[in-house]
Write a protein that binds this ligand. Structure first.
Ligand SMILES: Cc1cc2nc3c(=O)[nH]c(=O)nc-3n(C[C@H](O)[C@H](O)[C@H](O)COP(=O)(O)O)c2cc1C
Length: 357
């Protein structure tokens, strides 16, 4: 009697991508207007809210003809690349990785972004690359283009909503209406806020890697063409690469950056997807698609034909192994019994897992 022992790794909870709170609202408010605007916004959008607070308490930025506010901005303008130019803020505990959309609500000071919010963005702007970024600015009367410029300087790789929202101090009482109109204008929908994380599985049958993709157009394009069966190739001493049968499309939202081991990227000049098992530096046209969340140590072992599929397509069995190759014509249920004719569910045939519908 044929006996086949299957060693199965069941990751039952990992089979479905998780739904998360997707929006972070980060605000600073000196006299309460931006706080009121943030309250109106969070009544309309399910979001986590983070308040920025200056480390030095009790300061009066408007005293002596706004002398202190002016001094803080002058220091930033004189040396915008130096962390020491920015006023200290209270430490914040936030993982920007968890968010897809970040809405910044800030006062305008002397036609610029209020200094404490600049500090936050100076510290966290790089982590906001590829995120959808919305900007709401409150001023007494001055136009907000200087604040928009500050935001783009501090968050150069944000994927900005097409229009910022300007709310004058005199309009704060109508913030709910103004914010709601703006959300419609920029096309911010519930699906922006609730869609699933894109997770993919890359496997040669023995070695498996799970990647979480980012929200860029290139990552979405790759995700939409799955499942793929392709040949994995060696490149250099730190990459495994494959060529999707059709070109991965990409837009101006794509992110260039250093690629630590575990990064998944698109090398757009050649059209190949790169799986890094050793670190690589930023390179023009090398767009980050995501990072390995499980099995990063397996990347360097991938060989031959690989299957690239969405995590949802799979059975949640991450590996199967047989001590003798199974009879290709016969299937087995997971406890090793022969699968009955017409059996439905997950079976194993020829050493491979199959979903029998
Ligand atoms: C230091 C400082 C400078 C300001 N500069 C300007 C300005 O140049 N133009 C303007 O229209 N309002 C200016 N304002 C007013 C604020 O932008 C406005 O009152 C805003 O609504 C305040 O938001 P907040 O209540 O959330 O702090 C300034 C306020 C402060 C404290």
């Amino acid at each position: 009697m044929k006996r086949i022992i299957f060693l199965l790794t069941l990751l039952l909870t990992a089979s479905l991508a998780t739904v998360r709170a997707k929006t972070l609202v980060v605000y600073y408010s000196y006299t309460g207007n931006c706080k009121a605007i943030t309250n109106a916004l969070s009544d309309l959008v399910a979001a986590d809210v983070l308040e920025i607070q200056p480390a030095e308490k009790g300061l009066r930025y408007e005293a002596n003809g706004y002398a202190l506010g002016t001094k803080l901005l002058n220091a930033i303008n004189a040396n915008p690349d130096d962390a020491a130019s920015y006023p200290a803020i209270d430490p914040v505990s936030v993982s920007l990785n968890d968010y897809r959309n970040i809405i910044v609500v800030t006062p305008l000071w002397w036609s610029q972004m209020a200094a404490p919010m600049q500090t936050f963005l100076f510290n966290y702007g790089a982590q906001m690359a590829g995120k959808n970024v919305g900007l709401i600015v409150s001023s007494a009367s001055s136009g907000i283009s200087g604040v928009e410029a500050d935001c783009k300087r501090l968050v150069p790789d944000g994927n900005y909503y097409s229009k910022s929202l300007w709310i004058r101090s005199s309009q704060v009482g109508s913030a709910a209406t103004l914010v709601s109109g703006w959300l419609q204008q920029i096309g911010f929908t519930d699906s922006d806020n609730t869609s699933d994380t894109m997770k993919i599985r890359v496997s040669d049958g023995t070695n498996t890697v799970i990647y979480e993709l980012n929200e860029t157009s290139a990552a979405k394009s790759l995700y939409q063409m799955l499942p793929l069966q392709v040949t994995v190739e060696n490149y250099g001493n730190n990459e495994k690469i494959f060529y999707p049968p059709t070109a991965v499309s990409y837009g101006s939202d794509c992110i260039e950056g250093d690629c630590p081991a575990g990064t998944l990227a698109l090398f757009s000049p050649w059209g190949n997807v790169v799986m890094y098992y050793g670190a690589a530096s930023r390179y023009s046209g090398l767009y980050i698609l995501g990072k390995a969340t499980q099995g990063a140590a397996n990347i360097s072992r991938l060989s031959g034909t690989i299957r690239v599929e969405t995590e949802e397509d799979t059975t949640a069995i991450h590996s199967t192994k047989a001590d003798k190759p199974g009879d290709a014509s016969r299937g087995y249920v997971l406890n090793g019994m022969t699968a009955a004719e017409g059996c439905r569910g997950i079976i194993v045939r020829g050493g491979k897992k199959i979903l029998a519908k």
